[in-house]
Design a protein around this ligand. Structure first.
Ligand SMILES: [Zn+2]
Length: 331
């Protein structure tokens, strides 16, 4: 019999932990995750604060149930780094033969996610951005990401307490992968194989939707901004109140907000590809603005009004360099 491979990290005393609190009455089931990326600890802090509120009876769970996962990736958290062996928020599926630490996380986390209806996944960003929520697709029966809870997901998003929303991630990512595959000759190594698979774009929220639920990634602000855990804490309380899990009055939807739709991703193709300036997420672009120049001198100009998202000046060739968005009126 072949022994499953256990990465060295899996035997260093790390463990997975969730805390489930159920009310007496029936109701929805929600799971709240922190530290999917180990250096993003605002969710961990927010979850601990809510658990303390429950323990001290400042907050009552009356209906349904809520599961808290304060530290989703314990290896990355212990190292205070984004990833352990790899990014947990990509290629997230249970696997028969775990090859790295994140595969072990996936085998524990994916079935847990699938036992819930709603996921709120709390993250933070390197840059000093205002908080924003990443949302799923419109209802559809397509192959990439079929979905039927658009209305519920958007209704919750508008109650988190943030005023900026981004959607279109997986479809834009898949389009980028298609271009990557047609532009490059696959090398056959694992990194390359993952990089050219649209399923590689599947993280926590995409997995949750594939399991029949709905899900929101909340980027609470910058990693070390003391306001970020507060944003996460408020979002958890609002989620539980809105879903009727606590007896707190339900929050009102935000009326004024900015909604952006990802429409395109550009890979870095060569180490010589360079941005025209130090872009930050949500920097505005006007038609004709110079975004960057390829190593062969090709100028990349904005084709429309919009914003740049997730610019990564240090991206490796063959990986995402930046995303472009357009503004949509309503989410
Ligand atoms: Zn993150």
């Amino acid at each position: 019999m072949v022994q499953p491979h256990i990465s060295p990290a899996a035997s260093t005393g790390l463990h997975f932990k969730s805390v489930c609190v159920a009310g007496l009455k029936p109701g929805p089931s929600v799971i709240i995750t922190g530290a999917v990326h180990g250096n993003e600890t605002c969710g961990t802090q927010a979850i601990h604060r809510v658990l303390e509120d429950i323990a001290q009876k400042r907050l009552s769970i009356v209906s349904g149930m809520v599961t808290f996962v304060p530290i989703t990736n314990p290896l990355a958290y212990a190292r205070h780094e984004r990833a352990g062996d790899r990014n947990l928020n990509r290629n997230l599926y249970p696997v028969a033969q775990p090859a790295d630490f994140e595969d072990h996380v996936a085998n524990w986390l994916c079935p847990l996610l699938a036992r819930h209806e709603v996921l709120l996944d709390l993250h933070s960003t390197r840059a000093q951005n205002p908080a924003f929520a990443m949302l799923g697709p419109e209802n559809n029966t397509g192959i990439l990401q079929p979905f039927k809870h658009f209305e519920k997901e958007r209704a919750l998003a508008k109650r988190l307490g943030v005023h900026r929303f981004v959607d279109g991630w997986l479809s834009t990512y898949a389009k980028g992968v298609e271009r990557r595959v047609s532009d490059t000759v696959p090398s056959g190594n694992r990194a390359n194989a993952l990089n050219t698979d649209p399923r590689y774009g599947v993280g926590t929220t995409e997995y949750m939707r594939s399991a029949g639920g709905y899900a929101i990634t909340l980027e609470c602000g910058a990693h070390d901004d003391p306001a970020s855990p507060e944003v996460g804490y408020r979002a958890i309380l609002n989620t539980l109140a809105f879903l009727g899990i606590t007896s707190s009055p339900p929050p009102q939807p935000v009326e004024k907000y900015e909604a952006l739709r990802m429409v395109e991703v550009h890979d870095k193709n060569n180490v010589g590809d360079a941005f025209s300036r130090a872009w930050a997420s949500f920097d505005r672009l006007s038609k004709g603005d110079l975004i960057g120049t390829r190593h062969d001198g090709t100028r990349l100009l904005a084709e429309d009004e919009g914003c740049i998202l997730f610019p990564d000046a240090k991206a490796e060739p063959g990986n995402e360099w930046f995303y472009l968005t357009k503004t949509v009126v309503e989410i």
